[in-house]
Write a protein that binds this ligand. Structure first.
Ligand SMILES: O=C(O)CCC(=O)C(=O)O
Length: 195
């Protein structure tokens, strides 16, 4: 018999097609209670850093807090050990790095960008697991007249982006007036060598 849960399980959404799987949104990939627990643990257990960057001729704070962990470093703070395994299974990729982003409120953001590929293993995807408040992601083609796509990244979802898509598209989390609270994203990547 098909369970109620299976009947109403939300379908993955393909936002972009390419030869490496494109960009896929997988809603409810992590059960809601687990996603909430991971959010609380990540908030509490992470040594969050504020990074500076140059804007024209002055230094400004990057509008979000960040942290990075290597899987092989061992001694990962909860929930990262469990989250690595889940992301590896969801995307079918041997992720060995995770970058965490904490968006404290609607003023925190990340500008449209593509991930730097020089230290990434070619053809391996990037997976972004969302925790906490929902935030909108914008995805825009780098060239041509293709349309910009917006997707609401809900807690417990996983967005899988191909390596190839980093050459054709940019993604970002815009500032937003009405955000229900803080959000954490766990961005899993496959780094080559010591990266
Ligand atoms: O927080 C997100 O969903 C996006 C994060 C991101 O673009 C990045 O870490 O490069």
């Amino acid at each position: 018999m098909v369970s109620q849960q299976a009947l109403f399980a939300p379908e993955p959404v393909t936002l972009l097609h390419d030869e490496e799987g494109g960009i896929r949104y997988l809603p409810e990939s992590i059960p809601a209670a687990t996603a909430q627990q991971w959010f609380e643990e990540s908030l509490r257990n992470t040594g969050w850093l504020s990074r500076q960057r140059m804007m024209y001729d002055r230094e400004v704070a990057v509008p979000r807090l960040i942290a990075t962990f290597a899987r092989e470093a061992g001694d990962l703070p909860a929930p990262l050990g469990e989250a690595f395994e889940a992301a590896r299974a969801l995307a079918g990729a041997p992720f060995n790095r995770v970058g965490l982003n904490l968006y404290r409120d609607g003023n925190d953001s990340v500008a449209l960008h593509s991930d730097k590929t020089d230290k990434l293993v070619p053809a391996q995807p990037i997976a972004i697991v969302s925790l906490g408040a929902s935030r909108r992601m914008s995805i825009r083609p780098k060239a041509g007249s293709g349309r910009i796509v917006h997707i609401e990244l809900e807690p417990g979802s996983c967005l899988v982006m191909s390596y190839a898509s980093q050459f054709t598209h940019e993604h970002g989390i815009p500032k937003l007036g009405d955000v229900s609270g803080p959000r954490i994203s766990l961005a899993f990547r496959c780094f080559s060598g010591q990266g």
